[in-house]
Design a protein around this ligand. Structure first.
Ligand code: FAD
Length: 285
């Protein structure tokens, strides 16, 4: 389980997502075959909004755990989940030998009405914890937001709920992507002061194409420091130079975080093994 990985070093992990088309499942296996060469402490697999593709998440997590022999962390979301669905998903994961989950609330999928969303069975990520704990030994991670969850009134309220989520039984936290380490350090100071003491994995999204930044920022609400916008202004028109500059930015971000004692680095790979391998070369190799 992932809790065995915390032993005085920066934990290194990657995130992949299931391909949309069934035919592309072999592409993700190829990506995973490359990522496993980096000997990551774990690899996580995302869960489609509202549970779409949930079978693929379990299948890919099983490939990571049993074929790549790397700890797999399966994401799951509360939105759209009934008690029976949660029980059967947990049964499926257990059957496949997966003991690590990232418990999330999820966002309202386009196919769900506001009424359905408001009447959901599990309101928050923390509501999933009791059922997961019934499975016996499980490592449960949760999400956190250095720049505040978009639905929170303010950071104080966000941290208050984060503290109760951890107290309910989250073993570790993984951050939303951020591009300024100062934002992360400020967040860490505040959560530690609030008594949140579990390991926190910093989520790093390499920006290697100019058009990727807009989408990432729109989805995450993360702020963009001048240094990163200058890189895009300078190299955005040239794909090769932009890729190199984006990799270098991520390397610098990670090395600074490591120097400052971060518990873990979690790379949003976007299913691109070559970029993750180049970043690894400049940080953990
Ligand atoms: P929660 O922790 O439940 O918090 C949601 C909001 O409710 C916050 O504003 C919080 O402050 C507030 N809140 C929490 N508890 C309470 C309470 N008891 N009372 C009142 N308010 C409360 N989405 C996917 O669909 N699939 C994925 O695979 C996926 N992976 C992700 C991985 C990471 C690392 C991150 C950071 C996000 C991921 N997401 C994913 C997105 C996530 O589902 C959304 O950000 C979602 O809006 C919030 O999920 P959460 O688990 O953080 O929610």
């Amino acid at each position: 389980m992932i809790n065995e990985k915390y032993n005085n070093k920066t934990v290194f992990s990657c995130e992949v997502f299931p391909p949309k088309r069934n035919d592309d499942i072999y592409e993700i296996y190829k990506t995973l075959d490359s990522l496993k060469l980096l000997k990551p402490d774990f690899i996580s697999v995302t869960y489609g909004a509202g549970g779409s593709n949930s079978k693929k998440t379990a299948t890919i997590a099983a490939y990571i755990q049993n074929i790549c022999e790397v700890e797999a962390l399966a994401h799951m979301t509360a939105v759209g989940m009934t008690e029976d669905m949660l029980k059967s998903l947990l049964f499926e994961l257990k059957k496949k030998g997966i003991q690590n989950v990232l418990a999330l609330r999820g966002d309202r999928p386009k196919t769900m009405t506001e009424e359905e969303f408001n009447n959901r069975t599990y309101r928050y990520a923390s509501d999933l914890i009791p059922e997961i704990r019934k499975q016996g030994e499980m490592f449960i991670a949760g999400a956190c937001y250095p720049e505040v969850h978009p639905e929170s009134k303010n950071q104080e309220e966000d941290i208050k709920y984060l503290k109760s989520k951890v107290d309910m039984g989250m073993d570790s936290l993984m951050t939303q992507m951020f591009f300024s380490n100062d934002v992360f350090y400020d967040f860490m100071e505040k959560i530690r002061k609030a008594g949140i003491n579990v390991p926190v994995h910093a989520g790093i999204m390499p920006i290697t194409a100019a058009n990727q930044l807009g989408t990432s920022v729109k989805l995450s609400g993360s702020s963009v420091p001048n240094e990163l916008s200058s890189i895009i202004a300078k190299y955005g028109e040239n794909p090769d130079d932009m890729k190199k500059a984006g990799i270098e930015y991520a390397i610098n971000q990670i090395n600074d975080l490591k120097k400052n004692g971060v518990d873990g680095i979690h790379i949003y790979t976007m299913n691109k093994a070559d970029i993750t391998m180049a970043i690894y070369e400049g940080t953990f190799a």
